[in-house]
Design a protein around this ligand. Structure first.
Ligand code: LLP
Length: 432
């Protein structure tokens, strides 16, 4: 479900027209819907109600502190992968004691910071990392809560760049080795074995890979939990969302629309997984990012030029791959709609940004309504892995971000000032 819809032909986010936001804040502009974030969180929370569970929102999907605050106020925990993300959670008022720290490359200062803050668990990805955490914890005279990330070697059937649960990837510890690793970890004095974790990939649109992985890992968790008094099992994130068509199917009952019939809903996810997980009698963590934030945000961009080359119709917009890299990086689909709905003929177009690379596109050969210079388009489903993956490539400023709540809106990230892009750069003495 999401709260972007046309009202009398104009695109709105909740009770606020996108045109009014563009007039106030310019473009490119990220717009987030707080009600959508909250409803995604609540749907998942309700579906998992039969379990003792904790949702740890995956901060990497959208780490704006207003988004984190909105989720913290609903009782969300957080999945973080760096000191920076943990500091953001703290800045947003989120409690470290329900934060899990993941990632294959945690540095000593990061481990120390997380220990001092009192996080819930480190999700550990290798034996050298276990030893390092043990060492740092010893120095600080603390017991470090840890969970080993098991790699179940199950193919998530998603894009290769976001598949994480097979032995081809750098993630986790191979299923067959996990028992021995717990045995060795139990001898490290400054560790507290608290749980077991897995995450097989992102944007999974069916429940089957989750089911396979959970079925495979549950007996192992059961055995380790009994042996080491583990308290939790984290099944990771990865719930996919509807990218196509995000808007046409918008509305309270989007998953009942025929085009979205096969989408993975929280109810389907829970119906399959809850019966497998419940007998464990453990606390179940999940780490959704995209499911919560993906359809809660759009990127609004202005048409600068329409260029017809004889072969193609290029709609050149003022957002670029530096603002939203997903199409360039994963060939991913984002629905593109005008801010004013229209019915005329569709023109097959490429929607491209101004960056000097032919990979800088948002859509290729896409039937789109006729648009002209100065009109705005919305790139849908840009709330997750959008602004967080932005860069200053081509010395382009990071876009503004606005959060909408009912009829209210507020800037939650100011447009970056151009001079701030190079403010940390210095001339060496010999060039002055
Ligand atoms: N837990 C772990 C350990 C993860 O690595 C991830 C995502 C998540 C949870 C959250 O996954 P989600 O629920 O959002 O699928 N930039 C890519 C996605 C990268 C996902 C990385 N890990 C994209 O734009 O599609």
């Amino acid at each position: 479900m999401h709260e972007f819809h046309y009202v009398a032909g104009k695109l709105f986010c909740e009770g606020v027209s996108i045109e009014s936001l563009v007039r106030k804040h310019g473009t490119p502009l990220y717009v987030y819907s707080q009600r959508t974030l909250a409803s995604h969180f609540s749907k998942l929370d309700a579906a998992l109600a039969p379990l003792d569970h904790l949702i740890c929102y995956s901060v990497k999907a959208n780490s704006n502190i207003a988004v984190l605050r909105a989720l913290a106020s609903l009782g969300s925990g957080f999945d973080v992968v760096s000191e920076g993300e943990l500091r953001r959670v703290v800045a947003a008022g989120g409690p470290p004691k329900i934060c899990a720290f993941a990632g294959v490359g945690k540095t000593e200062p990061e481990i120390e910071f997380a220990l001092r803050r009192g996080i819930y668990s480190f999700n550990v990805e290798s034996e050298p990392e276990l030893e390092r955490i043990n060492r740092v914890a010893g120095r600080l005279k603390k017991a470090a809560p840890v969970a080993v990330r098991v790699n179940p070697n199950v193919d998530a059937g998603t894009h290769a760049k976001i598949t994480t649960g097979t032995y081809e990837t750098k993630f986790g510890i191979a299923f067959e080795q996990v028992e021995d690793v717990y045995a060795r970890a139990s001898e490290l004095k400054n560790l507290r074995l608290r749980g077991l974790q897995m995450h097989i990939g992102s944007q999974l649109t069916g429940v089957k890979p989750f089911e396979l992985a959970v079925r495979k890992v549950v007996p192992l968790v059961g055995m380790l939990a009994a042996r080491y008094q583990l308290e939790f099992f984290s099944i990771g994130g990865g719930l996919g969302i509807v990218y196509q068509p995000a808007l046409a199917s918008g509305g309270a009952d989007w998953w009942q629309k025929p085009q979205a019939k096969n989408i993975l809903t929280p109810a389907k996810y829970a119906a399959t997984l809850v019966p497998l997980l419940r007998p464990l009698k453990l606390r179940i963590l999940i780490e959704p990012g995209r499911f919560i934030a993906g359809n809660a945000g759009i990127l609004v961009t202005r048409v600068e030029y329409v260029k017809r080359t004889g072969r193609k119709n290029f709609v050149i917009v003022d957002a670029a791959m530096n603002d939203l890299i997903r199409p360039a990086f994963y060939d991913s689909y984002h629905e593109i709609v005008p801010l004013t709905r229209r019915n005329g003929p569709l023109i097959t177009s490429d929607v491209v940004g101004p960056v000097c690379e032919s990979g800088d596109y948002f859509a290729k050969n896409r039937p789109l309504p006729k648009v002209g210079e100065g009109e705005c388009l919305a790139l849908m489903s840009a709330g997750a892995y959008g602004s967080v993956m932005a860069s200053n490539y081509n010395t382009r400023a990071l876009a503004s971000e606005v959060l909408v709540h009912g009829n209210k809106s507020a800037v939650v990230r100011q447009r970056q000032k151009l001079r701030d892009i190079w403010k940390d750069e210095k001339l060496p003495a010999w060039l002055k």
